[in-house]
Design a protein around this ligand. Structure first.
Ligand SMILES: [Zn+2]
Ligand SMILES: [Zn+2]
Length: 213
C-alpha cells in the first residue's frame, strides 16, 4: 500500500492522507480515475495553460484517511472482479445478440441516401467483431438515469454565449447523450484491452459526430 494519497499532478510531490489539496473545478480534470490532484495553488495554476480552460477555479479538498483510501481501493477492486465474473460466455452471447439487433434497427432507421452499413460505420455504431468481448451485459434501464449536467453552469455558458435561456429539459437530453457517448467510449477502450476509459476514447467517438455550425 502506498504511503501517500496521490502524487501532485504538477510537481509530482506526494499528497499525504488527511491533508488538504486542490482539485480543478473542470469536470475533465476531476474524473475518478484520471483526475488531477494538486498540492498547492501554484501547482493548480500550472496546469491551466495546458488544459486551456475558459472558466476554472481550484477547489480545496481534504484527502481521505489511509483507512478510507484503502477501503475505497478494495471496493474498486471488488467491483472490477464482479464485472469480470459477469462476463460469462452466456453474457457475451447475449451482448452479441443485442448488438446484432441494434445494428439491424439502426440500418432500418437509416435512409436510402447512404447505405445503412456505411452510415452506421460512420456513426461508429456498427458491430465490430469482438468489440464487446469481456464487457458485462448490463441493461441500461437498470442503471441510474440521473442528470449528469451541472444545470447552473450550462445555463451560465449559454447565457454568456448568446444571452439565451436554457430549458430544464435540455439537461436530460444531454445526460442521455453523455450516457450513449460513454457506452461507445467503453467499447473503444475494451477493443484496446483497457479497463480505463481515456479521453481519446471519447474523442474517437466524437470525431464521428458532425456538428452543423
Ligand atoms: Zn505540486
Ligand atoms: Zn483543470
Amino acid at each position: 500500500m502506498s504511503d501517500f494519497f496521490k502524487l501532485c499532478s504538477s510537481c509530482k510531490k506526494p499528497i499525504g492522507f488527511e491533508q488538504s489539496y486542490y482539485a480543478c473545478s473542470v469536470s475533465t480534470c476531476n474524473r475518478k480515475r484520471t483526475g488531477l490532484f494538486f498540492c498547492s495553488l501554484p501547482c493548480w495554476e500550472a496546469h491551466l495553460p495546458m488544459m486551456r480552460h475558459r472558466d476554472a477555479w481550484a477547489e480545496q479538498v481534504r484527502s481521505p484517511s489511509r483507512a478510507e483510501f484503502e477501503r475505497e481501493q478494495a471496493e474498486d477492486a471488488a467491483a472490477q472482479e464482479r464485472a469480470a465474473q459477469r462476463a460469462t460466455p452466456e453474457a457475451q452471447e447475449i451482448t452479441a445478440r443485442n448488438e446484432a439487433a441494434r445494428h439491424e434497427a439502426v440500418q432500418r432507421a437509416l435512409g436510402e441516401d447512404e447505405s445503412g452499413a456505411q452510415r452506421a460505420a460512420r456513426l461508429g455504431v456498427v458491430k465490430r467483431g469482438a468489440e464487446t468481448m469481456g464487457l458485462p451485459e448490463i441493461d441500461d434501464k437498470d442503471l441510474p438515469q440521473e442528470i449528469l449536467i451541472v444545470a447552473s453552469k450550462l445555463k451560465k455558458y449559454v447565457r454568456a454565449r448568446s444571452d439565451f435561456n436554457t430549458s430544464d429539459g435540455v439537461m436530460s437530453v444531454l445526460s442521455d447523450h453523455l450516457r450513449r457517448l460513454s457506452v461507445e467510449a467503453i467499447k473503444a477502450a475494451a477493443r484496446e484491452g483497457r479497463k480505463t476509459v481515456l479521453d481519446r476514447d471519447i474523442l474517437s467517438v466524437l470525431n464521428n459526430i458532425s456538428y452543423r455550425s
